[in-house]
Ligand binder design. Sequence first.
Ligand SMILES: [Zn+2]
Ligand SMILES: [Zn+2]
Length: 135
Amino acid sequence: MPNRITLIVKCPDCSNTLMDETHQINGKASIKVNIVTENDRGVLWLCSVYGCVAHENDIELKENETVVFYCPHCNKSLMRDVECKMCNAKMVGFNIKTGGKVNICSRKGCENHYVVFEDLNSAISKFYHEYGVSG
Ligand SMILES: [Zn+2]
Ligand SMILES: [Zn+2]
């Protein structure tokens, strides 16, 4: 798996982009979602580099707390009916612009995430083609 692939993701429901060009993490547009915790709501920005777990949020998140993710455009839940194999929290799903999906765990502190490609090879070559990824 090549490193430093940047994921460009959109909402599985309304297909609007979740990329936030104005809020960059590691020099790349971040993935912006609305989040709801047990007693608060806020905004979460995730690093768009695949494998990087850097993120920023405007509300306090407790370690091990699970968070519900919503699309900032259509407000539909981004939660999938898939459980994290590491901690049993629900997974969050985004659609990747070039095809396939990426799932991340909704629990703060759990680093489980994976890409679900329909066709791994063509998706990877599209990443190379579109973003000129090297090494
Ligand atoms: Zn949406
Ligand atoms: Zn987990």
